[in-house]
Design a protein around this ligand. Sequence first.
Ligand code: ADP
Ligand code: ASP
Ligand code: MG
Length: 432
Amino acid sequence: MVYQKAKTFYHSEFEETLHTTGLKMALYVYKFGGTSVGNVERIKAVAEKVKKAHDLGDQIVVVLSAMSGETNRLIGLAKQMQVHPTERELDVLISTGEQVTVALLSMALHELGCEACSYTGSQVKILTDSSYTKARIRKIDDDRIHADLNTGKVVVVAGFQGIDEQGNITTLGRGGSDTTAVALAAALKADECHIYTDVDGVYTTDPRVEPKARRLDRITFEEMLEMASLGSKVLQIRSVEFAGKYNVALRVLSSFKEGCGTLITYEESQMESALISGIAFNRDEAKLTITGVPDLPGVAFKILGPIADANIEVDMIVQNIADDATTDFTFTVHRNDYQRAKSLLEQTCATLGARKVTADDSIVKVSIVGVGMRSHAGIASTMFQALAAEGINIRMIATSEIKISVVVDEKYLELAVRALHAAFKLEQGSED
Ligand code: ADP
Ligand code: ASP
Ligand code: MG
């Protein structure tokens, strides 16, 4: 098949000609996820793929995840030592998974006669802030990588990890290797960043939930950012933010089969006809309600203040109008914070003289996303009608310019996703 490079990065047709005729080298960052390096055979297959690209004359930087399941295994070990593991030590531990795969891939490349060198995040060096387990990249020192690339080596970098100003090891949050790859692509001014995974692109929804989901040839940064933040784990949200900010040509592809994958792009024109690009869902939320709150200025602050002070992030918020001078207030938090948020809210309930607290951690958020929403009316009613036809009760609703989210009972997740996929005719897109 003819592989088309992303148009976005070519400054001129002349430069494109240089690339396609092999007169100018392209620099690619390839990231392989956990399943793609899940065992020795797969690492050898990745080495073959990398060598093939390198043999064509391109410069290749590879970013790897740990073998699939390894990060969870390491977290499991930590939890056997401490119920809430010390975050600094947790990062020292969970960053080791990636160190294993980069060394193994480098060896596999040597075995194929391809020069390669592996680096940890601290060796590169990927400088981050000190927020253990969710650090943000501040700066990347690319001298060492460029020096290696210029001598014809493949550079293999451990994803998901960095180092802070004090020399402590940090990690970038689950799925963080995507962000390492995009940040490296931005720092190195790579021509493209390829995220190789176990699906062959970004789909209209998670194909594990809706087998009729369709691969998108392109999706806008804005939509991908919404999809990622609303729960589609195919790309870590920060990687999409980085790619959008630094104009990195980003593509999601399969490690296992050939294809063009999905290009994340600024261009909207080809997608104008699509009302909705995709459906995202999040199983990690829990809902808390406080009823019979005196309806006075400052109550929202009194309810959410202690939650914020405990460093608990709040997602959706709804306050009802009540006619007896009291109001009901509902919000959602991450399920990991559910118990803490519930006990804080119970204390607030007593202080405010409110009626009671009800809480539910078996809810999910299902969202439809699409830039087409801006110019079309009636999308919300189509969504609500489709859910009603399946007898699915909507517990909360939130909207923004390009998304509508609903909270429903967890048991309806698959049914809701499939009903919405059919209602918006997502399986019949015009792209393929
Ligand atoms: P990796 O280990 O390669 O980083 P991930 O498990 O993080 O892979 O991401 C790939 C998975 O994302 C797929 O197996 C798929 O189940 C899931 N996924 C969720 N939403 C989507 C979507 N819209 N399109 C494609 N995959 C999705
Ligand atoms: N290994 C890390 C995780 O499982 C990072 C990654 O795979 O991107 O979250
Ligand atoms: Mg991932």
